[in-house]
Ligand binder design. Structure first.
Ligand code: SF4
Length: 61
């Protein structure tokens, strides 16, 4: 047994995300993209009032 058997998101550092509540992800279901050793959350959504830009929204042309 090791810690990797835990839920994928037991703790999230993206405190600018609206789903982040005291370092915990409150989104019921999230999408994560793995690239190499880095996991990027595709569900990341900045809290209102914060002008953090993350290109996770759909591209509407
Ligand atoms: S949705 Fe993603 S970025 Fe937001 S708190 Fe959850 S894991 Fe972190």
């Amino acid at each position: 047994m090791n810690d990797e058997s835990q839920s994928l998101v037991s703790r999230c550092d993206a405190t600018t995300c609206r789903f982040n509540d005291d370092m915990n992800c409150t989104a019921g279901q999230i999408e994560v993209s793995m690239s190499g050793q880095t996991a990027q959350c595709l569900t990341f959504s900045p809290t209102e009032g914060m002008s953090d830009t993350q290109s996770v929204s759909a591209d509407n042309h």
